[in-house]
Design a protein. Structure first.
Length: 278
């Protein structure tokens, strides 16, 4: 279920000040920046903000314990306020999309059975919205609500497909729209679609299994510098102090962090490329 930036107003907070609602909207836009959509992000704006503030406090605490300069603590804390909530939102969105992709083929099969039993597509969509199959049922319930107020079914499906961002659901919306405009056997089309979706999911799982060793190696290589730095900071706290207090050490530390980020991005690109080749 999509929670809009003004979700607090839908929960009985319509009497909140406008500036507070405006602030919540801008905060949620910053937390979901370049995500394309905030579907699947069930956490409220203020919960995400609280997570960001806690992360910033932890960063400041670690920075003071390690003797980092104040300006560096301020920069890292400011970044944590927005980066950590964004990571939480991305994780929730990925999990919601994965759950949707896993349940969607079974929902398409249910639509096929109801169509063959003589029910129209609109009734099948409404029935799926009443099932306990979150998050798929929430999407179909939204489509049924839109059709109940007069929006055409194909338009409601297209809007929901853009909001969810699932290619499988987009194919479903296109198939229904084509059948309603040109005719044809929708049950056979959707049955073929469900089979294709299952085969694509099987290929994705095979790709993840094939590249598991590569991904594990990437995590190990990326984690070794962090673990070594943390271990040295714990065992000999003053050993790495020149990297923070000395100007030359700041340059060396900046180059090292930049190199680590480039290495992480390179390994990520290699892993994605190897998964695409499977």
């Amino acid at each position: 279920m999509r929670l809009s930036p003004s979700a607090p107003a839908s929960r009985g907070a319509a009497a909140w000040p406008r500036w507070l609602l405006w602030t919540a909207q801008r905060l949620r836009q910053s937390f979901t920046f370049r995500l394309g959509r905030d579907w699947g992000v069930t956490m409220g704006t203020w919960t995400l903000l609280a997570i960001g503030l806690v992360a910033a406090a932890l960063v400041v605490g670690v920075g003071r314990a390690s003797g980092a300069p104040g300006w560096l603590n301020l920069v890292l804390a400011s970044a944590a306020v927005f980066v950590v909530p964004r990571m939480v939102a991305m994780r929730q969105q990925r999990r919601a999309l994965a759950a949707f992709s896993e349940l969607f083929p079974d929902c398409v099969d249910m639509v096929v059975r109801m169509i063959r039993a003589g029910l129209p597509v609109g009734a099948a969509v409404q029935t799926l919205g009443e099932q306990n199959m979150s998050p798929v049922s929430e999407v179909f319930r939204s489509v049924a609500d839109q059709t109940a107020i007069g929006i055409p079914l194909e338009e409601a499906l297209a809007l929901s497909a853009r909001r969810v961002g699932s290619p499988d659901f987009r194919f479903f919306a296109v198939a229904v729209a084509l059948q309603r405009s040109t005719g044809g056997n929708l049950a056979v089309t959707l049955e073929t679609l469900a089979d294709i979706i299952r085969k694509r999911r099987a290929m994705r799982l095979k790709a993840r299994a094939t590249t598991a060793e590569v991904r594990l190696s990437a995590w190990v290589l990326g984690g070794i510098p962090v673990l070594v730095t943390a271990g040295l900071s714990f065992l000999t706290p003053h050993y790495l102090e020149p990297l923070v207090t000395d100007p030359t050490g700041n340059i060396i530390g900046g180059v090292a962090i930049t190199s680590l980020l480039l290495a992480f991005l390179t390994m990520r690109w290699l892993v994605r490329r190897s998964m695409m080749q499977v």
